[in-house]
Design a protein around this ligand. Structure first.
Ligand SMILES: *Cc1c(COP(=O)(O)O)cnc(C)c1O
Ligand code: SF4
Length: 335
């Protein structure tokens, strides 16, 4: 027993990496050798959605560059707090799609489970930044109601774990959840929407890969990278480990002004993804969430960018440009 207790109490490396993440703009800017005077005015108070940047992501930023596209995704600017007409708290109709606490049903055959409210990084453009997570993540009871609802509906063949980031669940809770989904006979696919392989690659550890490799479910992991430089050595190793666990890897990006609204950057992203065995899936037009207006790229320009990308790459490396619209039976294909 004594010998085992050491193992049981061991804090996984990824938890320690998360504790070591940057939580203040000033620390992150110091680390990058940047003076706030070289940046647009920063937000001091974003208490409901503060800066959070793991070091693995910060190491991929370019020191001394105030326009760094990775930095811009995570740095709270004062403009977020200004009134933004047309930008709201529930831009994609999640409220109306709720079927049980933490369970969203928008599209036939698939159910999306908000597994946790926690993320490893706080993305300023996030469409769920104002989501009322409280009820969704109140522990086992909420999850069992969601699972019961899936079990009652034989048309659901795929369960999507989202959040927040489902890979921030600890091993025990994640295993329990996957086992519970496996036990529903009509579910054949398990999909995880996660930014963790990119921003906290140590989370893709042996236990997780074993869990994904041994489930009877076909597994897909949809990562989110918006710029080629996010796929550094750590992310590459994490993705290689997932591939070894026979996980189908896809990527979704958000088209973001100042980050990836450039045909060259989008092309480089697709190529970097393919190097890591990941196929581009969706390129999302920004969801109009309060605080994110400064990232918006208009639709005409987006269509033009995608045409330029299509002229440079094989078809399988061109993501589908989509928008999410409340009440539609699928994402809306734009180009
Ligand atoms: C985006 C989304 C999905 C997944 O849609 P796919 O087109 O299958 O990737 C499923 N459920 C909800 C609620 C979603 O928002
Ligand atoms: S990781 Fe995903 S859910 Fe979390 S803040 Fe970023 S975009 Fe939003």
């Amino acid at each position: 027993m004594l010998a085992r207790s050491g193992v049981v109490c061991q804090i996984p490396q990824w938890r320690r990496d998360l504790v070591g993440a940057f939580t203040r703009s000033s620390e992150l800017l110091d680390y990058l050798g940047l003076d706030s005077a070289s940046l647009p005015p920063l937000a001091n108070e974003t208490a409901d959605f503060p800066l959070l940047v793991p070091r693995a992501f910060a190491t991929q930023m370019r020191p001394g560059d105030p326009d760094d596209p990775l930095l811009r995704q995570v740095l709270p600017l004062r403009t977020e707090l200004a009134p933004q007409p047309g930008f709201g708290d529930d831009p994609v109709g999640d409220g109306a799609a709720r079927r049980a606490p933490g369970l969203l049903r928008k599209y036939p055959g698939r159910a999306l489970l908000i597994a946790t409210s926690a993320c490893a990084v706080h993305c300023r453009y996030c469409f769920r930044r104002h989501y009322p997570y409280g009820e969704a993540t109140k522990g086992r009871d909420a999850t069992s109601a969601a699972l019961a609802s899936i079990a009652e509906d034989p048309s659901i063949g795929e369960v999507i774990l989202s959040g927040g980031d489902p890979l921030l669940l600890d091993e025990r809770r994640l295993t329990r959840l996957v086992n519970a989904i496996e036990a529903i006979p009509h579910v054949s696919r398990l999909r995880l929407h996660t930014r963790v392989p990119v921003v906290l690659p140590t989370r893709i550890d042996e236990q997780l890969c074993r869990l994904l490799a041994t489930t009877r479910l076909r597994t897909l992991v949809v990562i989110q990278a918006n710029h080629a430089r996010e796929l550094g050595e750590g992310a590459q190793a994490a993705l290689a480990a997932l591939r070894e666990a026979r996980v189908q890897l896809l990527n979704q990006s958000v088209l973001l002004r100042g980050v990836n609204d450039d045909a060259g950057r989008l092309t480089a992203l697709s190529e970097a993804l393919f190097e890591s065995g990941v196929l581009p899936y969706y390129l999302h037009l920004l969801d109009r969430v309060r605080g994110a207006a400064h990232f918006e790229v208009d639709e005409g320009r987006a269509v033009q960018l995608l045409a330029e990308v299509r002229a440079r790459l094989p078809g399988y490396l061109v993501p589908r440009l989509v928008r999410e619209e409340t009440g539609h039976p699928s994402k809306t294909l734009i180009a």
